[in-house]
Design a protein around this ligand. Structure first.
Ligand code: ADE
Ligand code: ZN
Length: 350
């Protein structure tokens, strides 16, 4: 069945109702200014902004680094296990409202352990929230530990070692933070070790960095998904490779516009890549900083790109399920639920 003929007026309701997986969300990037101030007060931390409004007003970024400076400062209010739990539960409430059925949460342990926060407080708080997300909302959630690429590979090895006692609580590893000058191959040995441990492998590449970083994420780190990857369009052969292998790209549209990767949403290459056969997914990245959670990202994209139709909406949701690391039996249930939403709409139209 094709859904291309469903009228565009129905898109907002379909985007809201369709079951979705979110595969690229930095949980520290879901810290809203209100919670930053509440946790700062609780933990006796003085922030360099007088109030919520002043902090939010500072969210005018020129590039990735200008954002990361604020993002790491915001994360400094997280001190104990319950802080990590509260942050994550606030995200899951929003995820539930957006009809997210599965979420894979990135977390940045080095941001916290470097401040003296124990690894156990970080991972146990996040893991408790993942369990409660399932119990309270029926959301399946898992954790992906990210190494900060502006730090050394040695620091990544230390982080991995400190996290291994909590191995049962995370499914994979990723690579994030400032991309320029920090190519994937800087972390070749630690990712080899992670692969040997049976961890799932992803990495940010081609957000601000060149297409060559996407290639080394594929060839050296042997990633199973590329986070962002939008700069692949500068290399035709690479685009063909990504399409032929159906390598998932976790694209973050509002993030890309906020961090000036694209000047406007109208200029975003997501529709072009999707129509070229790439396995594109839509994600929120750091929703508290970039103007919206997953559904807001979907709506912004469909408003700005008129070449996208209901078939594309179905494909994007389907890609998110297919590209997730969830068990196959769960994926089958979500695929069936997704099809039902679109079949119901198509039949109501007929
Ligand atoms: N950490 C949080 N958000 C990020 C992004 N968009 N790119 C790289 N590192 C990040
Ligand atoms: Zn990211």
């Amino acid at each position: 069945m094709t859904y291309a003929t469903i009228a565009r007026d129905h898109l907002p309701a379909l985007l809201a109702r369709m079951p979705k997986a979110e595969l690229h969300i930095h949980i520290e990037g879901s810290l809203e200014p209100e919670l930053i101030f509440a946790l700062a007060e609780k933990n006796g931390i003085t922030l360099s902004y007088p109030n919520v409004e002043a902090l939010r007003a500072a969210y005018a970024f020129t590039d990735l680094q200008s954002f990361l400076d604020l993002y790491y400062a915001g994360a400094s209010v997280l001190i104990d296990e319950d802080d990590f739990y509260r942050m994550s539960m606030a995200y899951f409430a929003r995820a539930h409202a957006d009809h997210i059925v599965h979420a894979e949460l990135f977390f940045d342990p080095q941001t916290h352990t470097e401040r003296g926060v124990p690894m156990g407080a970080v991972i146990e708080g996040l893991a408790r929230a993942c369990a409660d997300a399932k119990a309270q909302y029926g959301i399946s959630a898992s954790l992906i530990l990210c190494f900060l690429r502006h730090l050394s590979e040695e620091s990544a090895f230390d982080t991995l070692e400190a996290a291994l006692p909590y191995r049962a609580h995370f499914i994979g590893v990723g690579l994030d933070s400032g991309e320029r000058g920090n190519p994937p191959e800087k972390f070749s040995r630690v990712f080899a070790k992670c692969r040997a441990l049976g961890l799932r492998i992803v990495a940010h590449a081609g957000e601000e960095g060149p297409p060559a970083y996407i290639e080394s994420a594929l060839d050296v780190l042997q990633v199973e998904r590329i986070d962002h990857g939008v700069r692949c369009s500068e290399d035709t052969k690479l685009v063909q490779r990504l399409a032929a292998t159906r390598m998932p790209l976790t694209v973050c549209p509002l993030s890309n516009v906020k961090l000036c990767v694209f000047k406007t949403m109208q200029e975003h290459n997501l529709a072009t890549l999707l129509h070229a056969g790439l396995c594109i997914t839509i994600n929120s990245d750091d929703p508290a900083y970039f103007g919206g959670y997953l559904l807001t990202n979907f709506k912004a994209v469909f408003e700005a790109l008129p070449q996208l139709n209901a078939q594309d909406a179905w494909q994007l949701a389907r890609n998110s399920i297919d590209a997730s690391f969830a068990p196959e039996a769960d994926k089958e249930c979500w695929r069936a639920a997704l099809d039902q939403v679109f079949v119901d709409r198509a039949l109501a139209n007929a």
